[in-house]
Design a protein around this ligand. Structure first.
Ligand SMILES: [Zn+2]
Length: 258
């Protein structure tokens, strides 16, 4: 059996997010904030394309604004296409990962059709509430980060893809590990010894997807709403994350009795 997904619990999520926010390397910062707050897979992140993966359009003043949704509000969203041309690299050919799957295009593994995931501008830090069923609302600034970072249409400034023309999953993994190590969450998560890094926090890029599920569960989102964002076929796929969130409140209840 493979390693189960270990999303960040509330006590490690907080230092991880604060450390991600403080990064001067904009690429690393983007990875550290966009992955846990959209739940996209690492391969989707590596193929993100500013002009086609965000719901921006020009208004009458020629400014880029999020497109109006069905409810008339303009909420910034990230779009995960079911399949899209692979634009990674500078050679107009599909990247090695896409070619390995014998495909011409990048294919998202989850979801039957295009998914739209809202980009939050604040987040709830449940580790700093007055009591364990209370939270402190904190700035996240994900829409602003995306607007500044990406080129969102032909006339916009910014990077077309992450780091310019896309990144490798190994690079993303290193960014996540850098942030986790700097955040000092090894005591709670455990550490492993790696040849290149030495002692490093036990964390995988894919744990960011679990982290996203746990964030939504903690904030009491409807299960079908969560799967409409994550692309999971069945709500039953969420049970490991529900269990992990339940665990963290058990941990706290236990501490309360000491
Ligand atoms: Zn590709």
């Amino acid at each position: 059996m493979g390693r189960s997904n270990k999303g960040l619990k509330r006590t490690t999520l907080s230092p991880f997010i604060e450390t991600a926010k403080s990064q001067s390397n904009e690429d690393k910062k983007l990875a550290g904030l966009l992955l846990p707050f959209t739940g996209i897979r690492s391969d989707v992140f590596c193929h993100l394309h500013g002009p086609t993966c965000f719901n921006y359009e020009r208004n009458e003043d020629d400014e880029l604004v999020p497109r109006k949704g069905d409810d008339g509000t303009r909420i910034p969203k990230l779009k995960v296409h079911k399949s899209a041309p692979c634009r990674k690299g500078d050679d107009y050919k599909p990247c090695g990962d896409c070619r390995r799957g014998d495909r011409e295009q990048f294919e998202a593994k989850y979801g039957h059709h295009e998914r739209e995931i809202p980009l939050p501008s604040t987040w709830k830090d449940w580790s700093e509430g007055e009591t364990h069923d209370d939270f402190v609302k904190k700035e996240l600034g994900l829409p602003e980060l995306v607007e500044n970072y990406f080129k969102l249409d032909e006339d916009d400034y910014g990077k077309e893809m992450v780091a310019g023309d896309g990144v490798s999953e190994n690079q993303v993994r290193n960014w996540i590990k850098d942030i986790a190590d700097e955040a000092g969450i090894g005591y709670e998560r455990g550490t492993v010894i790696e040849q290149k890094r030495g002692e490093t926090v036990e964390i995988h890029t894919h744990d960011m997807r679990g982290t996203y599920c746990m964030i939504l569960i903690r904030n009491n989102y409807h299960r079908t709403k969560i799967t409409s964002y994550t692309g999971h076929k069945h709500v039953s796929s969420l049970s490991p994350y529900e269990k992990r969130v339940a665990e963290e409140t058990d941990d706290i209840n236990y501490l309360d009795h000491i």
